[in-house]
Design a binder for this molecule. Structure first.
Ligand code: CA
Length: 134
């Protein structure tokens, strides 16, 4: 009779160990890769503060430069008013999920975006990213 009780006891211990292992595996799964994405969908993981990805900012700047170049620009004031010059980005550079003060309002020509742009004004004179700041 005593041995039957012992078997039941071992059964419970085995079940508890399996439950703990499954729980640990679930936590590991949720904190990495695809599981992390699922966890984020379920709201288990903190959402990253809205900001722009560096690559996205660079491609946007390249597009804005193309647009600025085809526009008819009367003078440097008009150049400085183009979206290429005006637009700035908030980029979470250190990937900590928040936009810190040094990650705000980064312009196309500023580090780390570093997308230069030059254009020709109506009168034939050349302007570039340096002329963005009047
Ligand atoms: Ca940050």
């Amino acid at each position: 009779m005593k041995s039957k009780k012992a078997v039941v006891g071992i059964w419970w211990i085995v079940t508890a160990v399996i439950a703990v292992v499954v729980l640990v595996l679930l936590l590991v799964f949720l904190s990495t890769g695809v599981g992390g994405g699922i966890a984020q969908l379920l709201g288990l993981k903190e959402q990253v503060t809205a900001g722009t990805d560096l690559t996205m900012a660079q491609s946007t700047c390249t597009n804005l430069c193309t647009q600025a170049r085809v526009a008819t620009l009367r003078d440097e004031d008009q150049w400085a008013a183009t979206q290429y010059c005006v637009r700035s980005f908030n980029i979470d550079l250190n990937n900590d999920g928040t936009i810190d003060s040094d990650e705000q309002n980064i312009h196309c020509d500023e580090s780390p975006i570093n997308v230069p742009c030059d254009a020709t004004l109506e009168d034939g004179s050349a302007v570039n990213e340096i002329n963005c700041t009047l």
